[in-house]
Design a protein around this ligand. Structure first.
Ligand SMILES: [Zn+2]
Ligand SMILES: [Zn+2]
Length: 245
């Protein structure tokens, strides 16, 4: 079981590195594809939050669950948009804010914490309920390629070497694995710990869907993108039916 969870998180980390490689390969990665993935990911993830994660967290975590969900949301907000000045998903297009090395390092740290919790959420979900965890995995996987692309393009905007940019996407992938290992360690403590961590990760997932992905979609000039959020919701429904067989 533990090995299975690590393998899934490794796949998510791999998608991150592929995202980084796409930016560096520069076969002119179409911006549209990145937006499609973010929109599908947002619809899928938010459906997962409302239909599964919140009800399950309440059922499993009891009276402590609501506060833990809020804590999960607050922790990501703190690391991504309070201590970090400029972080958004998708290719970095604001080269003017990336002139200082400090800006790119703080964006890197924000994404590192984010990716840590991606891995954490997958691993906690799979320990809580494996089928549910698989849905969490798909939800995270959908935005992992754009995430790898984000960090590599941030580093390039900050005039880092291409090798540094690629290394940064690998580091963010590694953060995903560290998060998974942290969740597995918590799972080793007690089942109660898994339920509490699950409630926390429901708050994390809410933040990723509503505050990382949706704002990017709303900024898009392509009006097809917001429609794809609904496609992500349908995709979630289909995936859930398939897994529950
Ligand atoms: Zn930017
Ligand atoms: Zn992520």
């Amino acid at each position: 079981m533990m090995l299975t969870i690590v393998v899934y998180c490794l796949l998510a980390a791999l998608a991150e590195v592929i995202g980084g490689a796409l930016v560096l390969g520069r076969t002119q990665w179409p911006a549209r594809v990145q937006e499609y993935l973010l929109a599908l990911g947002a619809g899928f993830l938010l459906s997962l939050v409302f239909v599964e994660l919140v009800p399950e967290a309440l059922a499993g975590g009891g009276s402590e669950a609501p506060l833990l969900m809020l804590a999960g949301y607050a922790v990501l907000h703190f690391f991504e948009h309070t201590v970090v000045g400029h972080l958004h998903f998708g290719e970095e297009t604001h080269h003017e804010v990336m002139v200082s090395r400090a800006a790119s390092i703080s964006t890197f740290l924000g994404l590192f914490v984010h990716a840590f919790f991606d891995g954490f959420t997958i691993a906690v979900g799979m320990q809580f309920n494996f089928t549910l965890g698989l849905l969490v995995f798909v939800a995270v996987l959908l935005h992992k390629v754009p995430e790898g692309l984000t960090i590599a393009s941030v580093m390039l905007s900050a005039k880092c070497k291409r090798s540094t940019a690629f290394a940064a996407s690998i580091a963010i992938g590694v953060a995903t694995l560290i998060g998974a290992i942290a969740a597995l360690a918590l799972g080793g403590v007690s089942d109660r710990m898994v339920s509490l961590a699950f409630a926390f990760s429901a708050g994390i997932a809410t933040y990723v869907g509503a505050s990382d992905l949706i704002p990017e979609i709303n900024h898009s000039r392509n009006r097809v993108i917001p429609v794809l959020v609904f496609a992500g919701m349908v995709l979630f429904y289909v995936g859930k039916r398939m897994l529950e067989g």
